[in-house]
Design a protein around this ligand. Structure first.
Ligand SMILES: Cc1cc2nc3c(=O)[nH]c(=O)nc-3n(C[C@H](O)[C@H](O)[C@H](O)COP(=O)(O)OP(=O)(O)OC[C@H]3O[C@@H](n4cnc5c(N)ncnc54)[C@H](O)[C@@H]3O)c2cc1C
Length: 402
């Protein structure tokens, strides 16, 4: 049986970043991933990074291409009832946001891990975790056709919403909170010029629309759609027509159309599992929580969990300190619930919820108030750019010295 210090289940952004950060602390990891590397690196997902996420990626040694290729935005636009209002993130919250695709982060992390010679096992099937209530957890799996077993000090469950780690916890040890929204997002990627320099969110009577981007020549656009819709129902032409109807005229006339290179429908969900630590099993990222993408928080939350987790494990190995491990779940969850609230609020304000006239009037009033009140815009901006991380005493010293 092979022994290592930390077995990480999942090679998404959480798993690879944790492996990268622990490696820099001299802590040995083995990463087990169900999918092939090429599949993981091709998944189209997030693309908007908080400053804290960018800082941590740079600190982890994977920020070089990001800094070269990213777009930096000082604000974004919100359109409602014929009015377009710009939220000045930099002016109101003193921070910017960064556009850089999750696919690129995944590649940067994958390259860094392979260059460091790390033990990363793609296409590992039947992963099962055992004995995480004690001091010697084990992980069994099949890799390259052979059953294998690892013994470790800790298991990091970075295996996303459908992973095996959270599912292995006894039902009475975990409490879950969930809201499923009655619509989805139809998203496309196309290699065309964005309608605007910054993101444009639109709340239109036909439904929500978002014009985002991955670079100055690649757009990521979304429209709210019924949950029952299938991708095949949406030709490219139908998508472009619908997007144009939902955008304000000044943006609609600037739409550059082209063939979609990716098209998918994603359901929207809010989900939190508490706690995030079960003995020697620690969950991070989508394994513990999901947010609707309206507030662009999913990837950023995954990164902040990993920051807290690497600190807790670092302190354990440096000083045998148990307290950061005990505090891990609480530190993460304080930030997670605030991001859940913000993502729920953004979703609530920007989508159409058919059949609820009172809710529609509340939404209208909320958006009018937002456009008129600098205080309300400041609150939005503060949450959008990302709430600050809680630093442990030790890392605060490190940051102060830097
Ligand atoms: C369509 C879509 C759009 C999104 N848009 C945004 C956005 O605009 N902004 C934003 O901030 N966030 C967005 N997100 C969320 C963001 O992508 C996730 O929060 C992020 O990927 C979380 O990273 P993770 O590593 O925790 O989980 P994941 O990326 O889900 O990675 C988990 C990994 O674990 C692997 N795995 C699962 N089960 C097993 C198993 N049994 N054994 C081994 N490996 C396993 C999976 O294959 C996967 O590689 C979006 C997500 C989706 C799906």
């Amino acid at each position: 049986m092979t022994r290592t210090q930390v077995v990480i289940v999942g090679a998404g952004p959480s798993g690879l970043l944790l492996s990268q950060l622990l490696d820099r602390e001299g802590i040995a990891t083995i990463v087990l991933e169900r999918q092939a590397q090429r599949y993981v690196e091709a998944r189209i997902r997030a693309g908007l990074l908080e400053q804290g996420t960018v800082d941590l990626l740079i600190e982890a040694g994977v920020g070089e291409r990001l800094q070269r290729e990213c777009l930096v935005h000082d604000g974004f636009e919100m359109a409602f009832e014929g009015r377009v209002h710009r939220i000045d993130l930099k002016g109101l919250a003193g921070k910017q946001v960064t556009i850089y695709g999750q696919t690129e982060i995944q590649k940067d992390l994958g390259d860094a891990r392979l260059a460091a010679g790390s033990d990363l096992r793609y296409e590992a099937s039947n992963v099962a975790i055992h004995d995480f209530g004690g001091a010697r957890p084990r992980v069994t799996f099949i890799h390259q056709g052979r059953p294998q077993e690892l013994e470790c000090d800790f298991v990091a469950g970075c295996d996303g919403y459908h992973g095996v780690c959270r599912a292995s916890v006894p039902a009475d040890a975990v409490r879950t909170y969930e809201r499923v929204y009655p619509f989805g997002w139809l998203g496309i990627i196309a290699n065309v010029r964005p309608v605007a320099h910054e993101l444009v969110y639109a709340n239109h009577e036909r439904g929500f629309a978002l014009c985002s981007m991955r670079s100055s020549g690649r757009v990521r656009y979304y429209v709210q759609c019924p949950l029952e819709d299938k991708v095949e129902d949406w030709s490219d032409d139908r998508f472009w027509d619908e997007l144009a109807r939902r955008l304000p005229a000044e943006h609609a006339t600037r739409i550059q159309t082209g063939p979609s290179v990716e098209k998918s429908i994603a359901p929207l969900r809010s989900f939190v599992a508490e706690p995030m630590r079960f003995g020697r099993l620690l969950l991070a990222g989508d394994a513990a929580h999901i947010v609707p993408p309206t507030g662009a928080k999913g990837l950023n939350l995954a990164v902040s969990d990993v920051f807290y987790l690497h600190e807790a494990l670092r302190d354990f190995y440096r000083e045998r300190a148990e307290r950061p491990l005990e505090e891990y779940s609480g530190r993460c969850l304080r930030r997670i619930w605030k991001a859940e609230r913000f993502s729920w609020w953004m979703t609530q304000q920007l989508h159409r919820f058919p059949g609820d006239a009172f809710a529609a009037r509340m939404q209208e009033t909320e958006l009018q108030y937002l456009f008129e009140s600098v205080a309300a815009q400041t609150s939005l901006a503060e949450n959008y750019v990302g709430l600050p991380l809680e630093y442990s005493h030790d890392s605060r010293r490190t940051h102060a010295a830097a």
